[in-house]
Design a protein around this ligand. Structure first.
Ligand code: SF4
Ligand code: FES
Length: 259
């Protein structure tokens, strides 16, 4: 296959970027999208040009490092697929593809397709943990957890922190990410004591980082490679409202119930 790529090139945060066009020749349908870019980059480097910068680590769809916009769609056209797991067989010979980084105020561009996603880390630092004593692993059945709750917690814990939800949202909201992180802790008994304080702190940090609020477009859910449900956003709202209406922000006392 032969593809035409219009790639956003930006040397650093403080320099304006622009689209540059490249031809990708001899693209195998079995290549992943990142492998196709590796080949383009090999040629650029061989010819003495600066390779296209993009993030990747596991290339197995589990680390959340990769991600950019392909023809206007975060992670590209395949549903529930990270860009590292996207294969070239989903494209056609002669296609023109436009590659851009995530665009959001809270994700400043670093270089080309790479953005700074440390804002997600600060949201986690504000509440994405439980204050349980560490030590050896507890006996698995010492705290019984209902099957439905453990399944839900597992579903929300599938979030890989890639940022596609933010990139897809017209308001650059991080509510899908934040709610998934809050839910996977708050659904389990161990996460109850800090459940409401967690909602307040994580949402406050999300605001402080410059992410927008959820405006119910649900583009986040459509773009999410892990199919995280907007149901968790509603749950986070409920926790947040309970926290603001019924208790001081910093008591950290749980309700004793789950769900
Ligand atoms: S909610 Fe989905 S799109 Fe957003 S960071 Fe998590 S995995 Fe990525
Ligand atoms: S490189 Fe890890 S999810 Fe894509």
């Amino acid at each position: 296959m032969r593809l035409t790529l219009h790639v956003w090139r930006q040397p650093n945060t403080d320099t304006d970027g622009r689209f540059v066009t490249y031809i990708a020749d001899d693209v195998s349908p079995d290549m992943s999208f990142l492998e196709m870019l590796d080949v383009v980059n090999d040629k650029l480097a061989t010819d003495g040009h600066d390779p296209i910068a993009f993030d990747s680590d596991c290339r197995e769809g589990i680390c959340g490092t990769c991600g950019f916009v392909i023809n206007g769609i975060a992670h590209g056209p395949e549903r529930a697929t990270t860009v590292c797991q996207l294969h070239m067989r989903h494209f056609n010979d002669g296609d023109e593809l436009t590659l851009e980084p995530w665009r959001a105020k809270a994700f400043p561009p670093l270089k080309d397709l790479v953005v700074d996603r440390r804002a997600f880390d600060t949201i986690i630092q504000r509440g994405g943990f439980i204050s349980a004593g560490t030590g050896s692993a507890p006996e698995a059945n010492s705290i019984p957890v209902a099957k439905e709750l453990s399944d839900d917690a597992m579903d929300s814990a599938a979030c890989i922190g890639c940022g596609a939800c933010v990139a897809a949202c017209p308001n650059a909201s991080a509510m899908l990410f934040t709610s998934a992180k809050a839910a996977h802790l708050g659904l389990l008994p161990q996460g109850q004591p800090e459940r409401h304080k967690r909602a307040l702190k994580m949402v406050a940090q999300m605001d402080a980082e410059g992410f927008g609020s959820c405006t119910n477009h649900f583009e986040c859910e459509a773009a999410c490679p892990k199919e995280i449900s907007v149901e968790w956003i509603a749950r986070l709202y409920r926790d947040y409202m309970k926290a603001t209406l019924t208790r001081p922000a910093d008591t950290g006392r749980g309700e004793g119930g789950v769900g």
